[in-house]
Design a binder for this molecule. Structure first.
Ligand code: ADP
Ligand code: MG
Length: 491
């Protein structure tokens, strides 16, 4: 708790430095066909109230039946978070009234969750640091329905399609110290969930949302009182909400005020948080064990079986990319951030120079896709095509410069890179006679530069550029270099 504080993370107030403390509760919708306690579909976008069983509508006498697939997914997620898996856990009723909660309570896990303590390793791009964020718990619970107030001037509507869908609530310890760290944490957690296939992480659809707990303190002092910002549904907004909220709290404290523990909402339009209600306490919900559900029990063999079939996760993949392909930590983490880009990379890199493959994907392909607003799964250049381009450079058939032109042609027009090179005469000129002629022409046309180059060998680059221009970029740059050095008498 008294670890030295990186001064870059501190916020300067009027009366000195402040440190932000953040802990997050992430609600992640479980990827499953059916809801947590009913057989109704979890499909997104159906007509209102078209995916609602009698259980989800809380008709009298209906009983919940646990969906084994949701349990399996929660265990797999726990394993992915290197967390303690509890072989016995229980379901509780969290009682409150809301029109979109027909049961009058949410079935959740309170005292004994299915997953206990774990951790997430997070690379923070802005600070260059790698931090470990401790996970406190992961529990299963039902989602609520949706109240709709803006369809009619005097009436409200309720859509229960979401009612009863399984959520995993993943609670972190208050280990985050900046908005950058918070954003990187959610991004990494989402990557892990997507690799596991346990949540699609689609924040636009509300399938992943964050309750962000923020407090501030003087560096090294006790934690301050937190405010909880509910249901933030984009990573950018998480960062903005934290920045605003921390400064709001600092302002109050520096004016001699105190922070009231409360629940707040972030308004992205105004860029501010506002109070929603004073903080409810656990006892307000009158939690008690749900008498309709037996404790959830399974054996270690079941957990071990799931552990054995876990896919390779981003941290392992990153380590393997660094070891097997000689990639830098940065390149490796960029590539493993999405499973699709990691797979794409491996297809290009197989049997080729891994670093060259990574460079092309990160520097050329990602940049170009970004410009078109596309992602790797809809890339107009396939891994096979990009592989062929890398081969053509490796075989000295084309120069790196021509390769960029070739890449652009393949990106916009498609086609077999080898055929394109052949047909459009893009092959590198390795015939020294032709290159020599171009060198001689440049030298003859620039006698005063030739004189200067004798005293200033760095001018060689200028000559190389001129010869490349003359040959339409097709001269082999190494041959040009060597010939020019000899002709200009540069060592
Ligand atoms: P609740 O349901 O009351 O919000 P939880 O225990 O589920 O309580 O979640 C508390 C969250 O608040 C955790 O993510 C925790 O890390 C975070 N937290 C606790 N104390 C602080 C604090 N002083 N500042 C910021 N975050 C905090
Ligand atoms: Mg909370």
């Amino acid at each position: 708790m008294n670890a030295p504080v990186n001064p870059k993370k501190l916020i300067k107030g009027a009366t000195g430095d402040w440190e932000i403390v953040i802990g997050m509760e992430i609600h992640a919708q479980v990827t499953s066909q059916a809801k947590l306690f009913s057989g109704a579909s979890t499909a997104f976008g159906g007509d209102p109230n078209s995916h609602v069983s009698l259980v989800d509508a809380a008709m009298p006498g209906m009983l919940p039946v646990i969906n084994e697939e949701c349990v399996r997914q929660a265990i797999r997620t726990g394993l992915g978070l290197k967390a303690q898996i509890n072989l016995k856990s229980t379901f509780d009723r969290k009682n409150y009234f809301y029109p979109d909660l027909p049961q009058g309570y949410q079935i959740s896990q309170y005292k004994s969750p299915i997953v206990g303590e774990g951790e997430v390793i997070v690379d923070v791009p802005e600070s260059g640091e790698t931090i470990t964020v401790r996970i406190e718990r992961l529990h299963l619970e039902q989602d609520a329905g949706k109240s709709i107030h803006d369809l009619h001037p005097t009436m409200s509507f309720v859509d229960l399609n979401r009612s009863g869908v399984a959520l995993m609530e993943i609670v972190s310890k208050p280990d985050l110290r900046s908005s950058d760290e918070a954003r990187a944490y959610v991004t990494k957690l989402r990557t892990i969930l997507r690799y596991l296939g346990t949540c699609d992480g689609d924040m636009d659809k509300g399938n992943l949302r964050a309750d962000v707990n923020v407090s501030v303190r003087r560096p090294g002092e006790e934690f301050g009182t937190r405010c909880e910002i509910k249901n933030v549904n984009s990573i950018r907004f998480i960062g903005q909400a934290i920045e605003y909220e921390a400064r709001r709290q600092i302002g109050i404290l520096e004016d001699g005020g105190v922070i009231e523990q409360e629940t707040r909402l972030y308004d992205p339009g105004k860029g501010e948080t506002r109070s929603m209600r004073s903080k409810e306490e656990a006892h307000d919900y009158r939690y008690f064990p749900d008498p309709d559900l037996l404790p959830l029990e399974f054996d270690q063999a079941y957990v071990d079986e799931l552990a054995q079939h876990l896919p390779e996760l981003p941290d392992e993949k990153k380590a393997r990319f660094m070891g097997d392909y000689g990639l830098s930590a940065y390149d490796a983490s960029v590539l493993v951030a999405e499973r699709a880009s990691a797979d794409f990379f491996e297809e290009v890199a197989k049997g080729r120079d891994g670093k060259a493959a990574a460079n092309w994907i990160i520097n050329e392909l990602f940049g170009r896709l970004n410009k078109e607003g596309k992602d790797i799964s809809s890339s107009p250049v396939s891994a096979a095509q990009l592989g062929a381009i890398v081969d053509l450079i490796g075989e000295n058939v084309i120069s790196g410069k021509i390769a960029k032109d070739l890449f652009e042609i393949v990106f916009t027009e498609g086609g077999d890179p080898r055929e394109i090179v052949e047909k459009r005469g893009m092959k590198q000129v390795t015939d020294t006679g032709a290159i020599e002629a171009a060198c001689d022409a440049v030298i003859a046309a620039n006698p005063e530069k030739v004189e200067q180059a004798k005293a200033k060998p760095t001018l060689l680059g200028w000559f190389v550029g001129q010869v490349m221009k003359q040959t339409g970029g097709k001269a082999n740059p190494q041959a040009v270099n060597e010939l020019l050095k000899a002709k200009l008498g540069i060592e």
